[in-house]
Design a protein around this ligand. Sequence first.
Ligand code: IPE
Ligand code: IPE
Ligand code: MG
Length: 260
Amino acid sequence: MFHKPLDVIFPNPPAGLDFHALDPERVPEHVAVIMDGNGRWAKKRALNRLKGHKAGIEAVRETIRCASDTGVRYLTIYSFSTENWKRPEEEVTGLMDLFAKTMLAEVDGLHEENVRVRTIGDLSKLPRETREAFDEAWEKTKDNTGMTLLVAVNYGSRQEILRAVQACVREAVLQGEQTGELPAVTEELFERGLYTADVPDPDLVIRTSGEMRISNFLLWQVAYSEFYCTDVLWPDFNRYDFLRALLDYQSRDRRFGAVQ
Ligand code: IPE
Ligand code: IPE
Ligand code: MG
């Protein structure tokens, strides 16, 4: 269901891009985005990489609004991976600072849009200010009923899977002590240990900047997701690029292993 008229959501569509083709009944429930290309965007302009990350904030803002307006229920944005600690210290510190400041600056607007802000990933390793900004956003927005925004920060799918396995083992030991038998490790039991336990799997994964790889993102959850890759660098990504991704998604034939 669209929450605003399409000509309000998409006021100046480029020639040839027809938003009327968007089917309100087939908007993906969960869209996950690998926001890539900030560094290359900055390099093209002879700017510091952090300037690229700052420029990417506007694209995040626009994507959140557009997803919420078009009726997406869950939007996951890959903001910092468990491997991104390998970057220069200055960039990592700058990113953590940017996350904290942006979250504090945006939370009221997100709350007004009825968005619920939560995180996936290991927040215990983040600087205190950054962790607190995310915690505050969750506290303020947790009762909202609109779109859920999942910010993947210090997120790595392998780490998440190991964490879920540990939870399964703990459960097995507990049950084993009580009943003398080990429980069956089912998909349901395993998924309860994932950060995304109560979230449907992504229907659509978008990656910007021309790369076609998953970079340790939601490995379990993307088993049957549709992929959309675009050459657009993340800071240049806008609502019309998001619309292109939605239209492309709606042209796909999802089979989940069955025959048509
Ligand atoms: C994505 O942009 C943002 C983060 C990973 C935090 P990059 O910083 O990876 O940009 P490129 O890939 O170097 O262009
Ligand atoms: C993936 O981008 C992580 C995020 C978007 C946060 P990277 O730029 O870190 O991925 P690789 O290193 O190119 O695979
Ligand atoms: Mg990159």
